[in-house]
Structures are given as C-alpha cells and as structure tokens.
Write a protein that binds this ligand. Structure first.
Ligand code: SAH
Length: 229
C-alpha cells in the first residue's frame, strides 16, 4: 500500500508508525509513506496556507488554492481522505475496507479546517477518529494508519489474533490472563488452565457477550441482529 500524507508538519511522520509492527512493516516495504509539505505550494514568500474564515468567526481556514495546487501535483487517484471531526466515524469495518486499497492519500489540516470547495472538487471523504477535537489531522491520520497497516498481509504474526479481536464480530474481546496462575490471591479462571479447548472457547464467548452487553449496548444490539441472520 502506498500512502501519501499532505500536511504542514511533515516532521511529525512517521511518528509512532516508525516503531514496532508498523515500523517493521514500513522497513520491509509492506507499505510506503510519503509526506507532502503543503507549505511548498504557498504563493507568498512566508509560505501562508491559511486565511480568515469567510463570514467571520474565530481561527483560520486552509486556502483552497494552496491545497488545490498540492493536490493537483500529488494526488493521482485512489481514496482521498480528509481527517475531520465532521467526518464519518472510523470503525473496524472501514479499517478493513481501507486496508484493501493500493493507494491512500490523506489530508491533514490544523486550525478550523479546510475551505470546503477544494474538498468537493477532489471528492475527498471526511473521516473522524472519534467525537473529540484534536489540534491537528496528523495525530488522527497516524491512528487511522496504525489500524490499517496492522491488517495488511503478513504484518501481524498470527492471523487468528485479528479474528478474535474486539469489534470483529460486534463483540468486545474477552478478558485476558497470563502467568502466574495466582497473583496476590487472584487466580486465573480454572477453565483456562483445563486444556479443554471447546470449554475455553465457550467460556470466552460468554465473557465477550457479558462485557459487550454491559459496556456497549449499541454493539450488543448489532451482535444480536447479526446472529438472527
Ligand atoms: N473547528 C473544527 C475542528 C478543528 S480541529 C470543528 O469544529 O470541526 C483541527 C484539525 O484537527 C481538523 O481540521 C482535523 O484535521 C483534525 N481533527 C481534530 N479532531 C479530529 C477527529 N476527531 N478526527 C479526525 N480529525 C480530527
């Protein structure tokens, strides 16, 4: 997968994506990352990319002509995503879809956001990583990319570990335990030490259901609906 990121802070990349699994996958060429500094497309010598909002109000808005020039030179098809709290909320289903793409171009903005006309002209999709406000799209893009890259072929060691995870089947993951079998008077549940695979599976499913029901009634409803079909 080829990823291109348009930003005024290229030095923020690869950031944490350069470490651990995503960093190894980057080194191994399982994905590539190119940053484009939007400032290089500014028309004045100060490198201005933003201006005051039409109609007044607080903050600054990224100019369509500057971002448009950056896109014209650097966007050559594929999904174009603009990180925005106004976007479609990212979920694991979208992450799976995005992981199938060969090319992803991601726009990161700061301040109040971007002039709507350039987003319309290029057919950018707004994507949000949650109902809270960050200082910039770079953090959001890195979180989204982290979720995508770990699903690329051969990035995670054990393919099974994806299938069992929270959200994969509308259920949150069951609680995990490891050694020692007893810690400060608290024991690992007996069934997990029994070696009885079917019983372990049943117990984990039951625990997944319980935790989803209590913590995420919205997901629980989706799970029940999916079981009906
Ligand atoms: N005034 C805007 C928020 C601007 S925050 C509003 O109310 O919608 C500055 C930038 O950070 C945004 O343009 C976006 O690129 C990024 N950002 C902030 N929160 C985000 C979120 N939850 N998801 C994705 N991007 C976000």
């Amino acid at each position: 997968m080829k990823v291109k990121v348009l930003t005024i802070f290229p030095e923020l990349f690869p950031g944490f994506l350069g470490s651990s699994l995503t960093g190894k996958a980057l080194d191994d060429g399982k994905w590539s990352l190119e940053t484009v500094n939007i400032r290089n497309y500014a028309f004045d010598k100060h490198g201005s990319v933003d201006d005051t909002p039409a109609g007044g109000g607080a903050g600054m808005v990224m100019r369509p002509d500057v971002l448009g020039a950056a896109l014209k030179e650097n966007y050559s098809g594929g999904r174009l995503i603009n990180m925005s709290p106004r976007g479609k909320p990212l979920n694991q289903k979208m992450v799976h879809e995005l992981a199938k793409e060969d090319n992803l171009t991601i726009i990161c903005s700061r301040f109040e956001g971007i002039d709507e006309r350039v987003l319309e002209a290029y057919g950018a999709e707004d994507v949000s990583i949650g109902d809270y406000i960050l200082t910039g799209g770079e953090q959001a893009a890195q979180i989204m990319l982290d979720a995508i890259v770990r699903l690329l072929p051969d990035v995670l060691g054990n393919a099974e570990s994806v299938e069992d995870e929270s959200f994969e089947k509308f259920l949150l993951e069951y609680p995990q335990y490891t050694k020692p079998a007893e810690w400060e008077g608290r024991c690992v549940p007996d069934v997990l030490l029994s070696g009885h695979h079917q019983k372990i599976k049943d117990c984990r499913l039951e625990q997944s259901k319980q935790v989803t029901k209590v913590r995420r009634p919205d997901l629980w409803k989706k799970y029940l609906d999916s079981e009906k079909n």
